[in-house]
Each structure stands twice: as C-alpha cells, then as structure tokens.
Design a protein. Structure first.
Length: 367
C-alpha cells in the first residue's frame, strides 16, 4: 500500500499535542475528486473500515446496520447561498453566506477586489441591498434590505463546493440535496446523506433500524482548511443545530438498552456530540440527552472521547480539514490513514460527490 500522507505518525498517540497539521496532509490526484455524483444515489462505493478494509457498494450499508440501531440523519436543506452584486463604485462582489443569523442579517464571506469596510452597500438587484456591519476574521456581518431568505430564493445560486469546477444547474439542484432535506439553512450539503434514496431508507426500516433526525446547518467554514500547525490554536467555525425531543428520547432509549447510535454523516455526529459536551460537562455515564437548540464550535480531534455515537457513515474529506481530524478521532488516526491510502490506491472518488465509508468507533480515546 502506498503512503500518500506527508508525515509519519507517532507510534502511539496519548495527547492532542502529539499531532499537528502536517499529520493530516495527504496527496490526492485531481482525477479522484468527484465532479459529478454517481448515476443514481446508491450507486456509489462504500469502504467498510473494520478489522480489515472491505470494498463494497453503498447498499451494502444494510449489512452493517443492525436491528435496533438508531440511524440519525441531518435534515438540513441547502439554500441558494451564493449572491452576486456590485458596490456603488461598480466593483463586482460575490457574497457566500455562511449562515443566516436573523430575518435581515447573515454571516458571509465576501470576494471583491478590495475588502469592503463597514457601511459599504452591495446592490444585489434593484431595491435589494446588503450592508456591511462589521468583519470578524474571514467573515462579514451583513444586514439585508429585505428578508434574507427571500433574497436568496429570488437571486441566489446553489453553492457548490470550490473543488467542483462547474456551475450549478438543475441536476445539481436535485442531487446536491438529500431526499430527507426539510429545514432551510445549510450552505453545504450533509454529503453522506446524499447516498440514501427512499427505497434504501425503507429497506433499513424494514430491517428494524429506527430513523431519527437532527438539524445542523452546515456552514461555508466546512471548506476552510486549518491554517495553524498547532491545532489547539485553531478557531472552529460556528454552526447552529437542533435536536428535537423525539430524537433525544430515541437516543436515550437506545443507550439504555445498549443499542447503537449510528450517524449518517459527520454533521449529525457533531450535533449529538455537541449536546453531550454542552449538557454533560462532567461526562457522567448516566446522562440523559435533552432536546437542544444551540450553536456549536466543537472541534473534534484525536484523542477526543465520544459520548453518544457508535458508528458513522461519512464521505472522504479534504486534507488538513477538521472533518478528517474528526474521523481520525472516531476510528483511530492510524486506521484512517490506512483507509485513505487504500481508497486512493483503489480509485475511490473523494469529497462531496464522492464515495462513502462505514466507520466503527474505537473503544478508547487513544490508539
């Protein structure tokens, strides 16, 4: 097996400081970055990561799911989060929303020839303007002249990831959205969920799998690489999540009966583990999850100890990304390195429109 990673790992990882950014950097041929989804949602491949690596097809996820498992899916819906406008000077501006923060306010990234200062007006259309209120690091706080969701619906464009090299069209509008998308707010799709169609979900239920839903609005920050070698210095982007009472009850019952909680995507995992951290700071074993609506900046990296989730379905993630660090914490850094090397050697398709993995949680926080 070829090692596509830039730096060797420590033999044993005891502390978070044992790892830095270079340990999560790998070389990926451009030809393995999926530019389009598979012909059908379930036609993607699945790499099952267990005691050995098993090449499979995504419908084989049914063989990994057990009767009584609670499969938690993220029902966020991708909004038309990319806007184009101009300043009073005529300069062109591209606005990429990160999240909606109020009826007339949002947090966004701005691309322009010069960084617009506070007070700058950006005209999107006749009578439709955004005004810069402030800037914090890479993100701007904007106020809109009309309800922001109405502006996006009328003038926005689907925000495909930056590594996809075509403009979004009607096909993307369908396939860059899960079949269970319900709550407007994401600017990036919960990509593991893209592999499920209605029939596969029905087959899972017929097997005795319990479906549950959370909402985590995936923000544009999910595409930002970590920029500090010292991972403790990284400031995680903020995302909004909601766990309904019905889902909390299903998870509590499953945990009390020693049934598994399986997340269909890293975003749903972040929602559940955020609730665990925020509601249970002392990490009591008898903790009961409560319904939650909150913001999270939870940065999951090795050797984080998981409190809720037992198994994870996820796509392949970008080098030096927080999501690669999350899955490395979940299944082990050495295990994930072997899995990614295997996937590259065997032509798996990577990132949002790519193939998927089945991961089991390691039993201890360190390897």
């Amino acid at each position: 097996m070829t090692d596509h990673f830039s730096h060797r790992l420590p033999a044993v990882i005891h502390h978070a400081d044992d790892l830095n950014l270079t340990h999560f950097d790998y070389n990926l041929p451009d030809t393995l970055i999926a530019q389009m989804p598979a012909s059908e949602r379930t036609k993607s491949r699945l790499l099952v990561v267990g005691e050995a690596l098993q090449d499979a097809q995504f419908p084989d996820v049914l063989a990994q799911l057990r009767t009584g498992d609670v499969l938690v899916l993220n029902n966020t819906k991708v909004i038309k989060a990319r806007l184009f406008g101009q300043k009073a000077t005529g300069g062109k501006v591209e606005v990429m929303l990160d999240r909606v923060s109020g009826m007339h306010e949002c947090i966004a990234q701005i691309r322009a020839s010069k960084a617009p200062p506070a007070g700058t007006s950006i005209q999107i259309a006749s009578g439709v303007e955004l005004t810069v209120l402030s800037k914090n690091e890479r993100f701007y706080h904007l106020r809109s002249s009309q309800p922001i969701l109405s502006i996006l619906e009328a003038h926005g464009h689907l925000p495909l990831p930056p590594y996809i090299n075509h403009q979004a069209d009607g096909f993307d509008a369908q396939r860059y959205q899960t079949v269970f998308a319900q709550n407007d707010g994401a600017v990036a799709a919960p990509t593991a969920g893209l592999h499920f169609d209605e029939q596969l979900l029905q087959d899972a239920v017929a097997k005795g799998v319990v479906l549950a839903y959370v909402t985590l609005h995936v923000g544009a920050g999910t595409f930002l690489p970590v920029s500090t070698q010292d991972l403790s210095a990284h400031i995680m982007h903020e995302e909004w999540y909601e766990i309904p009472e019905s889902t909390a009850q299903l998870i509590n019952q499953a945990r009390s009966e020693r049934r598994r909680v399986v997340c269909g995507g890293a975003a749903s995992l972040r929602a559940l583990e955020s609730a665990y951290v925020q509601q249970n700071p002392d990490k009591n074993d008898d903790w009961q999850m409560r319904a939650a609506t909150n913001e999270t900046r939870l940065f999951i990296r090795p050797p984080y100890r998981f409190g809720v989730v037992d198994a994870l379905i996820t796509n392949f993630h970008l080098p030096q990304s927080t999501l690669l660090m999350l899955v490395s914490a979940f299944s082990g850094v050495h295990t994930m390195r072997d899995a990614y090397n295997h996937a590259i050697d065997n032509g798996y398709r990577f990132f949002s429109y790519g193939d998927a993995m089945w991961l089991n949680r390691i039993h201890q926080a360190n390897e």
